[in-house]
Design a protein around this ligand. Sequence first.
Ligand code: ADP
Length: 411
Amino acid sequence: MSATATRVLVLNSGSSSVKYQLLDMAAGTRLAVGLVERIGVGAPPACGGETSRHIHTPLAAGGEKRETEGAIADHEAALKAVAAELAADGLGLESPELAAIGHRVVHGGLKFTAPTVIDDAVLTEIERLVPVAPLHNPANITGIRTARALRPDLPQVAVFDTAFHTTMPEHAARYAIDVETADAHRIRRYGFHGTSHAYVSRKTAELLGKDPSEVNVIVLHLGNGASASAVAGGRCVDTSMGLTPLEGLVMGTRSGDIDPAVTFHLKRVAGMSTDEIDALLNKKSGLVGLCGDNDMREIRRRIDEGDERARLAFDIYIHRLKKYIGAYSAVLGKVDAVAFTAGVGENAAPVREAAVAGLAEMGLVVDASLNAVRSGEPRLISPDHSRVAVAVVPTDEELEIAQQTYALVNA
Ligand code: ADP
């Protein structure tokens, strides 16, 4: 790598989208951000006239957003479109200033406990994990393959959503099922959103003026997907997502915790297929299943209008959150801070207020006026005297991936 190579391109390849950011690690700036969505859609009228869309914002070059619509057939075409947009601003992939590409990879199993430079063997290992992450790893792999084909000489790094959780003790990670069956099929709690839990728990310690090793934090990552983690002295000791991201909190479209026998019942009594049950629990449950909306803004608006279904969905969401705060307080023994993050956690003051309401005995209190403040900065929303700090800490998974990537290629 050349001494002047200080840029990192972060790629988050989903099944039908690629999100990306180009960061300059020396200057601490973001040079471009963008999103290619609806990849593979582009055959109107069969698709209702919808087609792929590419939104690109060259922050370094004045920040004027560019939006293009038109069929983008696959991830290879998407990455080529990204490369072309970056090149238009003199930030192309061939630039000697590009130090590395950091890929978000959802499932790293037990093998990947840290960011890893990608070679053929690593790629094969990520492929071996497809059976435990069929909805996520294939798209990540396609993104990696395409990016390697575009810049075969450039270091490419995989940053795993599961890595931060690999410190969980066996008693938290194992399900209480037959050990041989579990091991044969690699069934255990892996946890996800790890880059966010890592970043937010560290930032929370910083906000308290402490080293991460000195504090115990409960992180509540509440986006469309949602997960909680218990972080003791900088190490994850438990997290709510499991073998897949379906377990745990109530999410936008996922049920979270459910009696596993519900799935047998749906199969035997309702005659549903495995794929139908999978779709029901992952895509048609959670807030959307309960009230038809998964956007917390819309749910709050409906509650204000007296909508009972929206109210019940909100109450179920909050009840589950409280259960995890309680459970992780017990797991940690002593809690220094509870940190709210991601779309809902950062923006929805009523969720934060309701989640800690009635928990004063546990040292958790929210100050109404601090909670009402809107800001993009990490901040405390608990009064000075409260035993446990309650914080809002905006997450930044791209920055975390870029930092881990840059640190590894400079090591
Ligand atoms: P993901 O990355 O999982 O797609 P985000 O972390 O971006 O999700 O969170 C998206 C969710 O955040 C939306 O579905 C919505 O419920 C919630 N959200 C975003 N902005 C607000 C807001 N101003 N008030 C309340 N909720 C919000």
